[in-house]
Design a protein around this ligand. Structure first.
Ligand code: ATP
Length: 346
């Protein structure tokens, strides 16, 4: 199944509830067929932004929402042709699977024969054929999620809006469905806005990710840009784990208590602090490494071991090494970091 796609443009869209501004006026363009993920902590305004696009909320005065050339700002949800999936699925408990998927087609007065064909196509696409006549109450969480998605897609929406669709599922199922969702979105080609607070979901599904905090956009970028070139501490700390190192800046290097750490820039980053990700560090000979400390804790996580190292920087550092590596508490270690893996943040 392939759907039409169109760009979405938000211009100066803000939202105030009873005198409290929860979304600062913001501009955002979403490309035709793009999957854009809104990522951020609870309460940052992701759902509000999604509801503005859906037509479940109207922006404060001056804000505008466009689908392609259509100004939809004043249109209610039922006239925007959007497909929406919520965290709790909001399925109709009194209808069976077929009835749920076909619901929007009935409302749109699609003929019974055409509706049946469309529902059959979606049942096959979502691997729900064997469950077509079951009541919703007899389905697993993953199956309900697929029914909700099929119901949203049946009327061939011009925009797909997903609000934490996998959050209610257990971790293993979430991993599987994330992969399926990714394949599905690529196949559909529909412009999609996906809200989540889960960074793995954002990385896998987003062609671009919008990181939000306290009603503002902190950064917009590809998953790799967000992860490796975070624009601020807020972004860096929300996406992945970060270590802080400090020292004196001299000739393109950060001189720490243990030695010299070469960096990729000859300019001082301003503050004498740099950051790096646990998986970007390697263990090195403690006699020569720029950062030296002792193992405080070693946590086996299966595919990797996470080491907590004390004494190499003002705070303890986290270093990820291969799962097989075992180091006892108190072992002296050196830490090396490739220059390009160092992140300077204001
Ligand atoms: P979560 O992941 O918890 O859903 P979120 O990032 O989606 O968080 P929003 O649901 O957009 O955040 O909420 C942003 C802020 O707006 C919150 O402080 C919330 O309490 C407030 N808010 C949302 N809807 C309303 C409303 N109808 N009336 C008053 N305040 C609201």
């Amino acid at each position: 199944m392939k759907l039409d796609s169109m760009p979405i443009t938000l211009t100066q869209c803000g939202k105030t509830f009873r005198g409290t501004r929860v979304l600062e006026p913001l501009d955002l363009s979403i490309g035709a067929g793009e999957t854009l993920v809104l990522l951020g902590p609870s309460g940052c305004g992701k759902t509000t932004m999604l509801r503005l696009i859906a037509g479940l909320e109207t922006p404060d005065a001056g804000g505008q929402v466009r689908f392609g050339d259509d100004d939809v700002t004043a249109l209610p949800i039922e006239r925007r042709k959007v497909g929406m999936v919520f965290q709790n699925y909001a399925l109709f408990p009194n209808l069976n699977v077929r009835g749920n998927i076909g619901y929007g087609l009935k409302i749109a007065r699609v003929s019974a024969a055409a509706a049946r064909e469309r529902v059959d196509e979606l049942l096959a696409m979502m691997r729900l054929q064997a469950h077509a006549d079951k009541p919703i109450g007899q389905l697993s969480g993953g199956q309900r999620q697929r029914v909700a998605l099929a119901r949203a897609l049946a009327p061939r929406p011009r925009v797909l809006l997903l609000d934490e669709p996998l959050t209610a599922l257990d971790a293993r199922l979430r991993d599987t469905l994330r992969g399926e969702m990714n394949a599905l979105l690529r196949e559909l080609g529909v412009t999609t806005v996906y809200v989540t607070h889960d960074q793995a979901e954002a990385m896998e599904l987003g062609e671009r990710v919008v990181v939000m905090s306290a009603g503002r956009i902190e950064q917009i970028g590809t998953p790799r840009e967000i992860y490796y070139r975070p624009a601020s501490r807020v972004v860096a700390q929300f996406v992945g784990t970060l270590n802080r190192i400090a020292g004196q800046w001299r000739d393109g290097a950060l001189v720490t208590t243990g030695g010299k750490l070469d960096t990729h820039t000859t300019r001082s980053p301003g503050p004498t602090e740099l950051f790096f990700r646990p998986e970007d560090a390697t263990l090195a000979d403690p006699a020569h490494a720029p950062l030296r400390g002792v193992i405080e804790q070693s946590t086996f996580l299966g595919e990797r071991t996470r080491l907590t190292v004390r004494g190499a920087a003002p705070d303890t550092l986290l270093v990820d090494v291969a799962g097989r590596i075992e180091l006892a508490r108190g072992t002296p270690v050196g830490i090396a970091i490739e220059p390009q893996a160092l992140i300077a943040l204001a």
